[in-house]
Design a protein around this ligand. Structure first.
Ligand code: MN
Ligand code: MN
Length: 308
């Protein structure tokens, strides 16, 4: 049995999967008995990256036993982690998120940096520990940075992320703009997904001033394709509100080519949501130019309005 499991968060994205693989590679080079695993299904964007660089999907793990040694990447909050995390032994955390709902019994190595991507931190660790970055690992780290930064357009993206990506693109011999757009586009193939899937692909719940707000986001290159299914999407959102007790469902459709988000809102507090963005509804839709980051541009203004 493998000694130490390395994984990212549930609903895995490209950074979570690639960072698990890349950190596992470093640990194994250093002689540690580690294995990269995943906590959920691989999405189409991540699959594109893994296939492009000929890397196998990590094994699926849904629960860990008491005493299992683990290394967390790209997350720390227990509700985003593996089932059983409370009883696991957390050896390390490498992350770029806020720290919340996190506690350990024993000392650990914890590295958090306010950068745009976990993979940017991992590249620094490779360099600090003088471990060679091969083409495959460079490609995976580059893919993670492209994904988390939406090809450097997200306000979460820092100068360090851009510089790391430039180095990695050279090592991987990749044209970052050409490859990046192809990879992001691979994740926008939504035609084969049901409305229920679409509103749950990348969704998180946020308690705000006594209200329970659900915020989902999808990336697209053609918002009209999704908006043609608007009635069915709103029906799914209404049902989700009723079943799960959400007060408001906010569904953000982000055009990765233009950096414009189109927002569907279902439930209570419609006016509050519009005022958070200083916007008004046109045909029941909010149009938000330049808004691409839920973490930095959607959650904070909503929190202000709901808690103000
Ligand atoms: Mn992530
Ligand atoms: Mn990340």
């Amino acid at each position: 049995m493998t000694n130490i499991l390395i994984f990212g968060h549930k609903n895995p994205d490209t950074d979570t999967i690639c960072s698990s693989i890349v950190y596992n590679n470093l640990k194994r080079i250093q002689g540690m008995d580690t294995e990269a695993v995943r906590l959920g299904e691989i999405n189409d964007e991540t699959r594109y990256a893994l296939e492009h660089f000929n890397v196998f999907e990590p094994r699926l793990v849904e629960e860990v036993a008491e005493g299992q040694q683990v290394i967390l990447v790209d997350h720390n909050e227990f509700q985003q982690s593996v089932n059983g995390i409370e009883k696991a032994v957390i050896r390390e955390v490498i992350d770029h998120h806020r720290i919340a709902n996190f506690e350990t019994a024993a000392p650990l190595y914890y590295r958090a940096e306010p950068l745009g991507c976990t993979a940017t931190i991992l590249k620094k660790i490779y360099e600090e520990q003088s471990v060679h970055i091969d083409k495959q690992m460079a490609g995976l780290m580059l893919s993670a940075i492209i994904s988390d930064s939406l090809l450097f357009k997200s306000p979460t993206c820092t100068q360090q992320d851009i510089e790391a990506a430039t180095d990695l693109a050279n090592i991987a011999e990749i044209d970052v703009n050409v490859y990046g757009l192809e990879m992001l586009k691979a994740g926008t193939n939504l035609g084969n997904k049901s409305e229920d899937d679409l509103i749950d692909l990348d969704a998180k719940s946020f308690p705000m001033g006594g209200a329970n707000i659900r915020i989902a986001q999808v990336n697209v290159v053609d918002p009209e394709e999704l908006l043609a299914r608007r009635e069915a999407l709103e029906e799914s959102m209404r049902t989700a509100n009723a079943v799960n007790g959400y007060d408001t469902f906010v569904f953000v459709i982000t055009n990765i080519l233009t950096s414009v988000s189109t927002v569907l809102v279902v439930g209570e507090h419609l006016d509050k949501v519009a005022s958070a963005f200083n916007a008004s509804y046109t045909d029941g839709l909010l149009t938000l130019p330049g808004v691409v980051s839920r973490k930095k541009q959607v959650v904070p203004p909503l929190t202000v309005v709901f808690e103000g």
